[in-house]
Design a protein around this ligand. Sequence first.
Ligand code: FHN
Length: 443
Amino acid sequence: MGTEVIVNGESAPAPAEPDRFAWFDAARFGLFIHWGLYAIPAGEWKGRTDHGEWFMLEAKMSVAEYALFADQFNPVRFDAEEWVRVAKDAGMRYMVVTAKHHDGFALWDSAENPFNIVRATPFKRDVFKELSDACREAGLKFCVYYSDTDWRDPNFPAEYNPSHFHGNPSPTPDMDAYLASVKAQLRELLTNYGEIGIVWFDYGAGFVGYDLGTAMKGQEIVDLIHSLQPNCLVNNRVGVPGDYGTPEQEIPTDAPRTPWETCMTMSRHWCHTTHDPAWKSAESLIRNLIEIASKGGNYLLNNGPRADGAFPPESLERLAAIADWMRINSEAIHGTGPTAFGAEMGEYSPTEKDANGKPVFVARREWRCTTKPGRLYLHLLEWPQSEFVLSDVKGTVTRGYLLADPERSSLPLMQNGGTVTVRLPALAPSPIASVLCLETKPL
Ligand code: FHN
C-alpha cells in the first residue's frame, strides 16, 4: 500500500492496512469443536473405552469398515444457533470447527470430497452452511480446522504417519494429486461459506523424517488461502510460520511476542467419549483463560459434541459457569493486553533444575493482570485479608473498584510513588477470580 493517495485532486495519507489480527487480538477466547464420525463409537470399541478422534487408526479400520459409521451418522439434535448461543454466552468470539479431521470425513457439502455429511450420511444437511450463517448472525468469526492427513485418500503417503497406518494405501501415492485435492477442498471452504476467520491447519501425520512445509507445499497453501480471503488468518501447522503460534494443552511460561493461541481440551479427549474421567473444573478453565489473557494470548477451548449433535452435559455445565464469570468480568478479558508487571507470574528457581538441566519456573498464584489504556485489571485469585498492595505502578491511580460491584463504588486507596494500597471488603465476590479495576492516568 503506497504512503499517499490522491483525494479530490489533493494528496492524502493512504488508509492504514486493515489490521488482520485486530479481531483475533481482541477476542482472547474461542470455541474449538471436534465433531465427526468418531463421536459414534465415542471412545468405546471391542472392550476398549479410551479411544478418541484417532479411532480409525487406533482400531486399524479399513476405509470400508469405517464408512459404515457414516451410514449411522444422523445428528438430529444438531442446532447451529444453540451451539453459537452457548459459545457467545461464554464470551467466546470465534468458533473453529473440524471441517475434515485425519479420517477424511467432511462436515461440509464437498464435491471434491464426497465422503461428507451431506452426501454420505442420512442427515444430508450442510452443517458448515448452518454454522457459518449462525456465527455471522451472532457476530462470531467462523473458522475452519483442516487436517493435513487423510487416512482414506490413497494418494496420502502412509509413510507420513507415525505408525505408517493407512486405511486405503496406494503402492504409489501421488503427493501432487493429494495436494491438488487439498487445495480444491480449501477453495470450496473459502468460497462457499462467507468470511472465514482462520484456517486452522493441523498435523495428524508424523511427517517422520519429512519436512512438513516442503511435503505439504505449506507456503503455496497459505498463499492460496490469502488469494481467496486476504484477511483470513492461518496458523503455524502447515509447515510454515503462518500468522500465529499454537501451543497445545499448555500455557507458555514466557509469553511469546508474536500472536499465539493455546488450544486445550475440557476433558482428556478432543472428541466426545463416554468414558472420559478427566474433566477439568470450571475454576481451572476460567483461570486458564485469565493466565493466557494476562500473557497476551488467546484460549481456544475445545468441546466434543455427541453423535446426536448435542453438547455433552459436562461441557454445558462448564460453559455455563464460564458464562456466569464472563457476564461480570468480560471487560477484563476481551480487548485486553498483557500484564503491565510480570513478577506476579513467578520466577525461575536459582537452584532447582528440570530433567533437561534448565532452571525450574516457580509459579505464583496470587493474582494476574490484564490491561487496557488507562485501566489495570487485577484478577485476584487469592483474596487478600483486608488490603491489596501493588508495586511498580506507572502513572497515577485515580479510582479503584470491583467489577462484581454493579455500582462500581470507589474503594479506599492510597498511592505512595509506585506503590498502591487498596482496601478490600472482607469477602471475595468470586471464589474463582475477583477482578479489581484500577483506573490510571499518566504521570
Ligand atoms: O492429531 C490431532 C488431534 O487429533 C487433535 O485434533 C489436536 C488438536 O489440536 N491436534 C492434533 C494433535 O496435535
